[in-house]
Design a protein around this ligand. Structure first.
Ligand SMILES: [Fe+2]
Length: 615
C-alpha cells in the first residue's frame, strides 16, 4: 500500500480515536478500546498500531500519508513532546506486574501518589524502571505545539511517508461524520456538544455534499463556572451545564450524563432550577443561535445558591429540571430553525446528542426523518476529519461518497485466533458454528446471561450485537442480576433492548427504524408487563431495531427468541465488566468472562460455558 488517508481525534481532552478510509473499506477505533481506560485521552498510537496489524499494512510501504485532524484550536496548543510516552510510563509504573490497569485503579493510584510528599513521590519513581524513564522524559522533554508532536509520532510509525496534514473545524468534522453516514442527500445538520473551537452548536444546510453554515452558538465565559475545569474551565454551554450538574449530583462528568437522564424520569421538573435555566438561554433568531445569559448563569452557579438548591430539591427533581430545560431549549431552537428552513429531516452529532430522550422529543415534535451518528461524541470526529481529508483529495466524490450505516468499523478476530486463545484458557468450549447463536437464544430464554463476541468491533459507545451482553427481557429480575453480577449500574438506570425491526409497529407508539440505540421511543402500555427488562419507568426504551442485512447471526438469534417467547426482543448491553471499556480482543473477552458471572459466551461460533469456574 502506498497511500493512506487517516482521520484523528488526537487530543480533544477525551475519547481520542483514529479513522482510516481505504478504497473498499474503513477502519475506526478509539484508543480506550486498547488501553481499556474509559474515555482515554492519550494520543491514539496504540489504536494506529492495531489498525496496521488488522489491515496487514507494512507501515514502511506507505509513501503518502494524508491526515485530517479534528479541531483547529489544538493545532498550536502546547504539550510536552513526550506526553504519550510519559503517560504510558506512569501507567506501567502504577500497575502491578500481573494485572491490567482500569480507570478506577488508575485514578486511585494516581491520587495516592499525588498525596505523598515530594521526597516520597520521587522515591516511588526512582524505584521502578518506568518511573525513572518518566522522570527522565519530564526533565529532558521540550514543549511543542500539537502539530509538531503529531508529526513526530507519525514519522516514527511511517518512516518513509510524505505527511500531508490538515486541521479542520471541530463542529464541521461532527457534521461530516453524521451527514455521510445518514444516507440523506439534502438535510439540515445540527451539531451540539460541550465545546469545540469556541462553539457549542452549529447548524448547517447540506445539499449533495455542499455544506452551508446557518448558525453557531458560542461558549461564554462565566466566572462562577471556572472551577469546573472538566467543563471547559468557565466557558459555558448548554451541554457543559448538564455535565457540571452530573458532577454535582455525584456522578462522573462527560461520562455519566445518561444516569442523570434516567434519574430525571423519577423527578418533577417544576422547580426553581428549571425556571432559572430557562431564563439563562435565549434563542437569537437572527443569528440562529442559542445565546447564554452569563449574569443568570453566574447566579445559578453561585456556590451559595448551589448549596441551597441541593438542600431544597431532591436529586430526582434536580435531574428532571435539568433534563426538561435541555429538551425545551433545543426544541425552541429547532422550532425557530424549522420555521425558517422547512426541512423534514435532520442529522445530528456531538456529545449532547447522546441524550436519547432529547432526541425522542426532537423526532416526535419536529422532524419526520432523523439520523444520529453512532459515534456522536468526540470519538466520532476522527471519522469526520477522515472524510473531509478524503474529499479534499477526491472532490468528485462529494455527492456519491457514503458509509455503511452499521458502525462495525473495528477489528475482527478469526476462528483460529479465538481457538488459540480458548485452548490456553482452560475453559470448556465447543464449536457449533451458526448453531451457537440459536443455542444462545435458548439459553437466555432459560434465564441465563450470555455474551456475544463476533465480527468487527463497534465504533462508538454502543454495542450493537458484536460485543454485547445479552439476556431475556421478560424476566423482571434480570436487570438486578446483571447489575449485581456484572454492570454495577444504579438500579434506576434501565437496560436497553435489541429487537427485530418487524416488531417496531406492534410494540411502539411512534418510532422509526433506528439501528444504533441513539434515540428512545415510547413502548405501547400493554407490553410493559410482558417485556419489563428493558423499559424505563416512563415507558421509554432506547432500542436497536435489527434487520437481517445489519447483522445476520444476531438477527437469527433474536428470531429464535421470538419463536420461543412470542417477542423478538432481548436485552443488549455492552460486553465489559463494570469500570472497563467494551471488549475488543478475545483476550479482553475471556478476562471479562472470567471476572464476571456470565453463564456463557459465543465467540465466532464457539460456545464457551461457565464450567469449572467458581461462581
Ligand atoms: Fe465535540
Amino acid at each position: 500500500m502506498k497511500s493512506l488517508t487517516l482521520g484523528l481525534n488526537f487530543f480533544g481532552g477525551h475519547d481520542t480515536s483514529i479513522f482510516a478510509i481505504f478504497e473498499d473499506d474503513v477502519y475506526g477505533l478509539s484508543q480506550e478500546r486498547i488501553t481499556r481506560i474509559k474515555h482515554d485521552s492519550i494520543f491514539p498510537i496504540d489504536a494506529l498500531h492495531e489498525m496496521l496489524r488488522y489491515k496487514k499494512i507494512e507501515p514502511e510501504t506507505i509513501q503518502e500519508l494524508h491526515v485530517g485532524i479534528a479541531t483547529l484550536a489544538f493545532q498550536k496548543r502546547i504539550f510536552n513532546e513526550y506526553a504519550y510516552e510519559m503517560t504510558t510510563a506512569l501507567r506501567k509504573m502504577l500497575q502491578g506486574s500481573d494485572e491490567e490497569l482500569y480507570i478506577k485503579d488508575f485514578v486511585q493510584r494516581k491520587e495516592a501518589l499525588q498525596s505523598k510528599g515530594k521526597v516520597a513521590q520521587l522515591m516511588t519513581f526512582v524505584k521502578s524502571k518506568e518511573g525513572r524513564s518518566y522522570l527522565k522524559m519530564q526533565f529532558s522533554g521540550k514543549k511543542l505545539p500539537l502539530d509538531a508532536i503529531i508529526e513526530k509520532h507519525l514519522r516514527k510509525i511511517f518512516p518513509n511517508a510524505k505527511i500531508d496534514m490538515t486541521f479542520y473545524e471541530h463542529h464541521l468534522t461532527h457534521a461530516y461524520s453524521t451527514y455521510y453516514a445518514s444516507g440523506f442527500k439534502e438535510t439540515l445538520v445540527f451539531t451540539f456538544d460541550g465545546e469545540g473551537d469556541s462553539c457549542f452548536s452549529k447548524l448547517y444546510e447540506v445539499k449533495n455534499g455542499v455544506f452551508t453554515e446557518l448558525g453557531a452558538s458560542q461558549n461564554r465565559y462565566v466566572e462562577n463556572m471556572k472551577m469546573y475545569d472538566f467543563a471547559d474551565s468557565g466557558y459555558a454551554s448548554v451541554g457543559n451545564i448538564y455535565s457540571i450538574f452530573t458532577y454535582l449530583l455525584g456522578y462522573t462528568p462527560n461520562a455519566d450524563e445518561g444516569k442523570v437522564e434516567a434519574l430525571a424520569a423519577f423527578g418533577n421538573h417544576q422547580n426553581r432550577l428549571y425556571e432559572d435555566l430557562m431564563a439563562a438561554v435565549q434563542i437569537d433568531e437572527k443569528r440562529m443561535a442559542m445565546e447564554l445569559d452569563t449574569d443568570m448563569l453566574n447566579v445559578i452557579f453561585d456556590p451559595e445558591n448551589l448549596e441551597t438548591l441541593f438542600e431544597e430539591l431532591s436529586k430526582e427533581d434536580i435531574s428532571a429540571a435539568l433534563q426538561r430545560a435541555l429538551e425545551e431549549i433545543v426544541l425552541s431552537y429547532l422550532s425557530v430553525v424549522k420555521a425558517k428552513y422547512p426541512y423534514k429531516r435532520i442529522a445530528l452529532a456531538g456529545g449532547v446528542t447522546a441524550n436519547v430522550i432529547m432526541n425522542m422529543k426532537i423526532f416526535e415534535e419536529l422532524f419526520e426523518e432523523m439520523f444520529i451518528i453512532p459515534a456522536m461524541g468526540d470519538d466520532g470526529i476522527s471519522q469526520g476529519a477522515a472524510i473531509m481529508k478524503y474529499l479534499q483529495l477526491h472532490p468528485e466524490q462529494k455527492e456519491s461518497f457514503s458509509f455503511s450505516m452499521m458502525p462495525y468499523y473495528g477489528s475482527v478476530f478469526t476462528k483460529e485466533q479465538i481457538r488459540g486463545v480458548l485452548e490456553k484458557s482452560g475453559l470448556s468450549y465447543r464449536f457449533l458454528g451458526e448453531e451457537a447463536y440459536l443455542k444462545a437464544a435458548e439459553m437466555i430464554v432459560e434465564g441465563k446471561i450470555g455474551a456475544l463476541f463476533h465480527g468487527r468491533c463497534e465504533f462508538g459507545p454502543r454495542a450493537l450485537g458484536n460485543r454485547s451482553i445479552i439476556a431475556d427481557v421478560r424476566n423482571k429480575e434480570i436487570q438486578k442480576l446483571i447489575n449485581k453480577e456484572i454492570k454495577k449500574r444504579p438500579l434506576f438506570q434501565p437496560f436497553c433492548p435489541s429487537m427485530l425491526a418487524e416488531e417496531r409497529e406492534r410494540l411502539f407508539e411512534k418510532a422509526y427504524d433506528n439501528k444504533h440505540m441513539t434515540i428512545a421511543f415510547k413502548l405501547k402500555k400493554e407490553f410493559k408487563e410482558q417485556i419489563p427488562g428493558a423499559v424505563h419507568v416512563d415507558l421509554t426504551a432506547r432500542v436497536q431495531f435489527v434487520s437481517p442485512e445489519d447483522n445476520p447471526n444476531y438477527y437469527a438469534m433474536i428470531l429464535r427468541v421470538k419463536e420461543l417467547t412470542g417477542f423478538g426482543v432481548i436485552i443488549n448491553t455492552s460486553f465489559n465488566k463494570h469500570g472497563r471499556t467494551m471488549v475488543l480482543t478475545p483476550q479482553h473477552a475471556l478476562r471479562d468472562f472470567v471476572d464476571t458471572n456470565l453463564d456463557f459466551m459465543v465467540m465466532e461460533g464457539y460456545l464457551v460455558e461457565r464450567e469449572g469456574i467458581a461462581k
